[in-house]
Design a protein around this ligand. Sequence first.
Ligand code: FAD
Ligand code: NA7
Length: 456
Amino acid sequence: MKKRIGIIGAGPSGLAQLRAFDSLEKEGKEIPEIVCFEKQGDWGGLWNYTWRTGVGRYGEPIHGSMYKYLWSNGPKECLEFSDYSFDEHFGKPISSYPPRPVLFDYIQGRVKKSGVRKHIRFNTAARWVSFDEETQQFSVILDDLVNDRTYTEIFDYLIVASGHYSTPNMPYFKGLEDFPGAVMHAHDFRGADQFVDKNVLLVGSSYSAEDIGVQCHKHGANSVTLSYRSTPIGVNWPEGIKEVPLLVNFDGDLAHFSDGSQERFDAVIMCTGYQHKFPFLPDEMRLKTPNCLFPDHLYKGIVFNDLPKLMYLGMQDQYYTFNMFDAQAWVARDIILGNLTVPEKSVRTKDMETWLDRSLANKTHDDEIDFQTDYIRDLISMTDYPEFDLDTVAAHFKQWLKDKDNNILKYRDATFPSVMTGTMAENHHTEWMDEMDDSFERYFSESEETPEESLE
Ligand code: FAD
Ligand code: NA7
């Protein structure tokens, strides 16, 4: 009997797993039976933009946290697949920071070419998982959302690739209940349009606060204030954006901050991160972790230490993304196929502790980049995932941090060479601050005029 592999989620991580098996099948090797369950109607995970917030068509919590005008927040040369280059996909050089639809197109290109869509059951939500010690198999209860039908399937291995930037961490600040304007989490932010001419307060000091703050500034907010809990982002902010210490409470629309300052706001966006949330997993199989570079209980950041037939992909905080998910998926594949042996628990625990200790010693962002680089290097050394120049990718990341420090409004105009092909990225036809249209069509148009200007 063929082994059965269940994958929960068809975002970049789940798709990496499908591609990992496909790469072997293309070599003529036999692969297990694979079924991937995706609760959305299409693949791509967060990259599959939705205008919806709250619940979807079938009453499921909306997964998507991406928004209009989202451009890559790091150089694309740092996330490039090593078995499918940007050159292969687009046939010509493109800029280093493309908008969401262009990156979504790239993600789709590889899996369309592979033909793995047949393994995915869309509009199907994983509801509950159990493990039978006797048969050593997983039962997964699934909801077919379109036909409103619940059924169960049995698997030998289960891969959880359901993402962890979807369920908001939403703090409370005294007086919020009487704040007269909009209060939302970054998860529900769909674009800066509604904040034109507004004074916006963003709570948080990480990627979401930085990017949503800059988007609001770019698209015409009157003022943007970022409130930090521990450390300010600390870049060279332009006029119109500033950082203040932590929000303490509201009196109506008047915010009080911990340094005694106060200011009135029209809207509040909580950029306070996300929870790792797995409502379909029982306690003994559930990963419980904050957003960090090495979640505890995962051997090699993948294998659930208490139950090695359960594997997680993409659960780390992410400098690296698509190629890290690949490196993980190739390891998971080879474990399933028996090409890699998972050592006994004490060895796994020791290995995890080494990585955990090192992750706790990270002091700077550069340390974190080096850490994740070495983590991926370790994974790649275990499989036949095509090697690539990780030291240069790490250098690109460090340059990206410097560029952001220098000019947060211009870092997306920088270009980097591909480590896969050597191709130097092109300058986009329009500087990022002047480019108000993030569509695929506009991106690939030759014109420097905005669409409105060309209609005149
Ligand atoms: P996801 O993309 O979250 O996909 C998980 C999938 O699992 C989803 O399709 C979901 O519907 C499905 N799922 C969840 N639960 C169930 C269930 N119970 N049953 C069935 N299916 C389920 N990365 C970059 O490289 N560059 C960027 O510019 C960038 N920008 C980002 C901006 C934002 C606002 C956010 C939130 C993240 C950004 N990221 C970026 C990081 C992002 O996490 C990764 O690029 C990538 O999407 C992670 O892939 P994933 O497959 O692990 O998770
Ligand atoms: P992150 O990177 O997990 O950051 C969460 C931020 O929220 C961080 O600055 C936290 O501050 C802050 N936070 C969390 N809880 C609170 C409370 N209670 N009060 C104030 N501030 C708080 O999440 P992001 O959404 O920025 O990024 C996630 C992904 O989205 C990322 O991969 C991007 O690509 C896009 P702390 O530093 O812990 O004090």
